[in-house]
Design a protein around this ligand. Structure first.
Ligand code: ATP
Ligand code: MG
Length: 182
């Protein structure tokens, strides 16, 4: 069986675009990887104050999966009562956590959820993220999700998928649905 062990070299994976499915695609990879006994860490940038179903189900995958919720909720929308600097601090803390996880070298895959969007919003310096991606251990895979992935990140990546919205129920006025959207 050719795919028994797979390649030892990690990949840089980007899920971007305006369509739904970026975070859930990364969760699909996590589910698959944990099934092989691999260790996965997901660090959530931006999100943080809503309750997502995955917060609970990922606990069932411990200790192979570790989830770090570092973000401060959505940025700049109506019920956002944090000032911009608070979001900046939260995003920087999330990035520090990623660096710590990388330096401990216990994970096979680290998911940086919404990091592309955090960079786009100016919460993080692109150069800091580029440095982390370039200096990672060779075996480590990184998954960077979020819309508006920067050109530099796309250049560094091995796999880039753009989720393109064809239809979204939100456009018909259908609200976020439990189990599908959160
Ligand atoms: P998911 O977490 O469902 O995989 P995502 O990571 O691609 O979605 P985000 O930009 O992180 O999308 O947005 C998270 C939330 O916004 C989810 O509840 C998702 O259903 C919703 N969403 C995603 N894309 C759209 C869209 N094009 N229009 C309206 N809502 C969207
Ligand atoms: Mg997402």
């Amino acid at each position: 069986m050719e795919n028994k062990n797979g390649s030892d070299k990690g990949l840089v994976i980007v899920y971007t675009g305006n369509g739904k499915g970026k975070t859930t695609a990364s969760l699909g990879v996590a589910l698959r990887a944990v099934g092989h006994g691999l260790k996965v860490c997901m660090v959530q940038f931006i999100k943080g104050e809503w309750y997502y179903g995955e917060l609970n189900s990922l606990k069932r995958l411990e200790p192979n999966l570790e989830l770090v919720v570092a973000g401060k909720g959505f940025v700049g929308i109506i019920d956002d009562d944090h000032d911009f600097q608070e979001h900046v601090r939260a995003a920087k803390t999330a990035l520090d956590i990623v660096e710590q996880k990388i330096s401990h070298d216990t994970f096979d895959i680290i998911i940086l959820d919404e990091i592309n969007y955090a960079i786009h919003l100016g919460l993080l310096d692109l150069a800091d993220v580029v440095r982390i991606v370039q200096n990672r251990p060779e075996h480590l895979s990184l998954i960077l999700t979020g819309n508006h992935a920067s050109e530099e990140i796309i250049l560094l990546a091995d796999l880039v998928t753009e989720m393109k919205e064809i239809k979204h129920p939100y456009k018909k006025g259908i609200k976020a649905k439990k189990g599908i959207d959160f």
